[in-house]
Design a protein around this ligand. Structure first.
Ligand code: PLP
Length: 392
């Protein structure tokens, strides 16, 4: 039976689209460049375990932010390279060996602790030194490099596997001047690291936008996130990519979010709708109640601005988005019935509400739109619109 018939709201994942996107990025890279797929934040809200299982045969490595996420990736069955990109609490360090993780390091204190741990367990923990090149977020100060490299040189429980940095200004601009400056700083550092005897070190700097717009950032490994899910980081990245390459890289969104109408009613002209008296009907209005709200990840900033798709037609969101409820105007939609399917995010009959559109309405970025989708929404894999597998 189609599990969607039992649900009032759910997420559909087009796993063929995921594989298409990963293959498209793979085709941009030289054969020796590793593709690390970033699945932090519940795989950008898509659902970590199904995404890991579906992507496993298309990538060389996965990247997560935290240890808890790494644990889930291992539970999904991935045994290859798995990089933790964020910080690790000291009391969690033990899990690094247990789960065979690659870790990101920025400071000598952590390197010493990892070295002790590795030696105690007879392991050589692969670490990736992240260096500061101008983002001032996470990364070791270039001044501290000589000390860090000396420490790594003498270490037996930890080894320098990778060298990385992250760009500050690559997604939301078509001007890559600052990224070029960071890249030049990174090259100087990488050459020095190699000259000190770490000549096998895996250099990685590129996120989606860098891989698309500055191919010289790809080195030995790329950290691909949003593009793998079929979303463009921004309009600017889309414009830069189109301007750069004549060939058309087509990205296919993997995720759709749907809900069913739970209540329908007529509201007379001049009546208020929802909290805060923020909307008043201008005409007699057919109102549909949807059982989702900001707690499910439908941003409250979409109040009065967004529309959903009912039978492929646009139905404006009326009044404020509530915690679990959304109200929309289906007066012009034709015959709407209780339990009819509504598209909150996705495409139906050629009409679409993409993450980019929701992001523009909510004054945020597509990343936040998908990353905040509730992990508790049920998920189903679909192929050509038909359900193929219920996911956990
Ligand atoms: C999230 C993240 C990425 C992926 O970025 P996208 O823009 O989604 O491709 C890459 N590197 C680091 C360090 C990240 O935190």
């Amino acid at each position: 039976m189609d599990p969607r018939l039992n649900w009032l709201s759910w997420i559909e994942l087009d796993l063929a689209a995921l594989r298409h996107n990963l293959a498209a990025f793979r085709s941009l890279l030289t054969p020796s460049t590793q593709l690390l797929f970033v699945v932090k934040a519940n795989a950008y809200g898509h659902g970590l375990e199904p995404i890991v299982r579906a992507a496993a045969s298309s990538v060389d490595a996965f990247g997560v932010h935290a240890i808890g996420e790494a644990e889930q990736v291992r539970q999904a069955g991935w045994q290859g390279r798995l990089l933790v990109m964020g910080g690790i609490a000291r009391r969690e360090l033990e899990a690094v060996v247990r789960l065979s993780l690659d870790v990101t390091v920025f400071d000598s204190g952590t390197v010493r602790l990892l070295d002790e741990l590795g030696q105690a367990r007879g392991a050589s923990i692969p670490c990736h030194l992240k260096v500061e090149t101008g983002t001032h977020r996470q990364g070791a100060d270039p001044e501290d490099l000589p000390e860090l490299l000396a420490l790594l040189k003498g270490a037996r429980g930890v080894r320098l596997e990778g060298l990385s940095t992250h760009f500050a200004n690559i997604e939301d601009t078509t001007d890559h001047g600052y990224a070029q400056t960071q890249l030049a700083r990174f090259r100087v550092i990488a050459d020095e690291v190699r000259a000190r005897g770490f000549n096998q070190v895996v250099r990685h700097t590129a996120c989606t936008a860098a891989a698309l717009t500055l191919p010289e950032t790809t080195f030995e490994m790329v950290r691909l996130g949003i593009g793998g899910y079929g979303l463009w980081p921004s309009r600017e990245t889309l414009a830069s990519t189109r301007a750069r390459s004549g060939e058309r890289l087509e990205l296919r969104p993997v995720l759709s979010w749907k809900a069913r109408i739970t209540e329908l009613k007529w509201v007379e002209a001049g009546e208020y709708v929802g909290y805060g008296l923020s909307y008043r009907t201008g005409h007699r209005t057919r109102l549909a109640v949807l059982p989702i709200g900001y707690s499910d990840g439908y941003d409250r900033g979409l109040s009065g601005l967004a529309h959903v798709l009912v039978h492929g037609r646009r139905a404006p969101v009326l009044g404020r988005v509530c915690m679990n409820i959304l109200l929309c105007d289906v007066t012009d939609v034709g015959e709407a019935k209780i339990e009819d399917e509504v598209v909150l995010l996705g495409t139906v009959d050629g009409e679409s509400v993409g993450a980019d559109k929701l992001a523009a309405w909510a004054q945020t970025i597509p990343y936040e739109i998908v990353a905040r989708l509730s992990p508790t929404l049920p998920r189903v894999a679909v192929e050509d619109g038909a359900p193929i597998q219920q996911l956990r």
